[in-house]
Design a protein around this ligand. Structure first.
Ligand code: HXC
Length: 515
């Protein structure tokens, strides 16, 4: 055997040791929990054979608390590059079998190095998180590592897509990097996110709670909104990531790759989806599906604040961001969570050159003490800010109700919409006819011989006057009143025109949105 052959053999042996992560016993434990290993996850997500690993022989330098005797494979994280549907990505995956995927300084530096690559090459960065947080033995080194990651997350924000996949108990500092990224994916029974684990909560607060109830996948997908995508299995989660990657551009200087245009396959007419009774709900996702290529729609934040629907689809092969009130939930009102959800999505689309189509049907912001105290003014203002700030093509279709603040907030002409269309069924007014009639005709109703008949008459008077799109159209606030069957062709035309849009804004360092 030549010395080169011997060296190659030695390299292969060294690689095999690192590839075994925390060893067979730890891998067995990982499997018992229904989890793939970090390496299996990378292979499952990336195009076959595309993964190139870097820094596999990086070692930690901690000497305290017995760490001098510990050899940690790859310091508990695998980093490298690969591709998804041929698009290059940078990737890291924390290995829970190696000291619980805990983050020491070298572990962090592997991550920041691959993040720097992603930012320099202007390609997406995917992080698979499965970690007990800051490596307790390393103390300040671990904290420094987190800080360096958070700094890069912030520098990369709005420049390259950043995707976080939570595939284990992400605790402590491990949760904040995902929170700074664009999209967080969670998997039922596997993902957990909390800043302090149940054991700490029990010892400090004396409260007993399971990891699942504290910060399980469902909690973050439905209640906190920290997670944007929820899957039943890791494999389903990877399919969701692939679909997302296929719909978004590589960086903020590019557009998403155009697909071959196809007609919608969802066959129900829009006129048949929207009930003639304005009090009857319907699923706005059916409207979206009847407008999009192949009726595809990747919903973002599906389980969080369902009174607003946001997500990506294609029209004429181009990626579009949809923002739509959902009459199925709370009549599609804007509340604190819905405002956060919409504003964040609008800003994502604006950062990454994705035109926004807004479908409006809502009675306004949600009133009430709970919402006022929860900060509906501050949260609601985010929607106004996000729409006004966005310079990508912005098109609104008013389907039915557009009342009060909701009319303004949902990408009205006044916030800079490029095109506003309304169906003949649209009702554009300061408030709903009943509420309006009760206030402005209170005296007539009270003094009438038959108050109910008088109320009905006054409601009709208000409806005839304002609950239609023609008053707004007469002022030029709406560009066209269109028939339901004409919406897609109007959108195709408007989106084509808006490709040339050039919307310059005054120079400033940055604005101060109502975070
Ligand atoms: C060092 C850790 C670790 C950590 C886990 N391990 N977390 N080692 N530092 N942070 C080790 C365990 O000692 C164990 O080692 C192995 O990883 C697997 O952990 P288990 O506890 O056996 O696993 P499990 O029962 O599944 O519980 C997972 C867990 C729990 C819920 C994550 O380990 C846990 O609560 N860890 C601490 C979480 C935490 O409070 N982190 C906050 C750190 S402070 P052996 O050798 O036995 O296999 C922080 C601040 C940063 O992050 C703030 C930045 C803003």
């Amino acid at each position: 055997m030549s010395s080169l052959e011997q060296d190659i053999l030695e390299l292969q042996e060294k690689r095999a040791i690192v590839e075994l992560g925390g060893g067979e016993k730890a891998i067995e434990k990982q499997k018992e929990l229904g989890k793939l290993t970090a390496r299996e996850r990378i292979v499952a997500l990336l195009d076959t054979g595309s993964f190139h690993e870097y820094d596999m022989f990086v070692e930690h330098e901690e000497r305290n608390f017995g760490m001098d005797k510990k050899v940690l494979a790859g310091d508990g994280v695998i980093t490298g590059t690969g591709s998804i549907f041929g698009s290059p990505v940078c990737i890291f995956a924390q290995d829970f079998t190696v000291m619980g995927g805990s983050l020491g300084l070298k572990h962090a530096r592997k991550i920041t190095k691959i993040m720097d690559h992603a930012l320099k090459m202007k390609i997406p960065c995917v992080g698979i998180n499965d970690s007990g947080g800051a490596r307790i033995q390393e103390g300040i080194g671990a904290l420094a590592g987190y800080g360096e990651i958070f700094y890069r997350n912030t520098m990369a924000s709005g420049v390259i897509p950043q995707i976080s996949v939570i595939l284990g108990p992400c605790a402590g500092g491990a949760v904040y990097s995902p929170a700074l990224t664009d999209f967080v994916f969670v998997v039922e029974n596997i993902s957990k996110m909390f800043i302090t684990g149940p054991n700490v909560i029990e010892s400090v607060l004396g409260e007993k709670i399971s990891q699942e109830d504290l910060g399980g996948a469902r909690v973050h997908a439905e209640i906190t909104g920290n997670a944007h995508f929820y899957a039943k299995t890791e494999q389903e989660c990877f399919e969701q990531i692939k679909t997302l990657i296929s719909l978004i551009p590589r960086n903020n200087t590019q557009k998403a790759i155009k697909a071959a245009p196809i007609a919608p396959t969802f066959r129900k007419e829009i006129a048949d989806i929207i009930p003639s009774d304005p009090k009857q709900p319907y699923d706005v996702r059916d409207i979206i599906r009847s407008l999009t290529d192949g009726s595809g729609f990747l919903e973002v934040h599906e389980l969080f604040a369902p009174n607003i629907v946001v997500g990506f689809a294609r029209i004429d092969g181009e990626t579009i961001g949809f923002v739509a009130n959902q009459p199925l939930y709370l009549a599609g009102v804007l509340d604190c969570d819905a405002s956060d959800k919409a504003a964040r999505f609008i800003r994502y689309c604006d950062s990454f050159n994705i035109p926004i189509v807004t479908l409006e049907d809502m009675p306004g912001y949600l009133p009430g003490v709970d919402q006022e105290h929860a900060g509906v003014i501050r949260h609601g203002a985010k929607v106004l800010y996000a729409y006004s700030e966005a310079t990508v093509p912005k098109i609104t279709v008013i389907l039915r109700k557009a009342y009060g603040g909701g009319y303004i907030a949902m990408n009205s002409r006044h916030l800079g919409a490029d095109f506003v269309f309304a169906l003949p069924s649209a009702e554009i007014a300061v408030m709903g006819p009943e509420g309006a009639a009760n206030i402005i005709f209170a005296k007539e109703i009270k003094e009438a011989a038959d108050p109910n008949a008088m109320r009905a008459e006054k409601v009709k008077e208000y409806v005839d006057k304002f609950a239609n799109p023609f008053v707004a159209a007469s002022k030029g606030y709406i560009d066209a009143v269109v028939e339901p069957a004409e919406i897609r062709s109007q959108l195709l035309h408007a989106l084509e025109l808006a490709k040339m849009k050039d919307d310059q804004r005054p120079a400033k360092k940055h604005g101060i949105p109502p975070f």
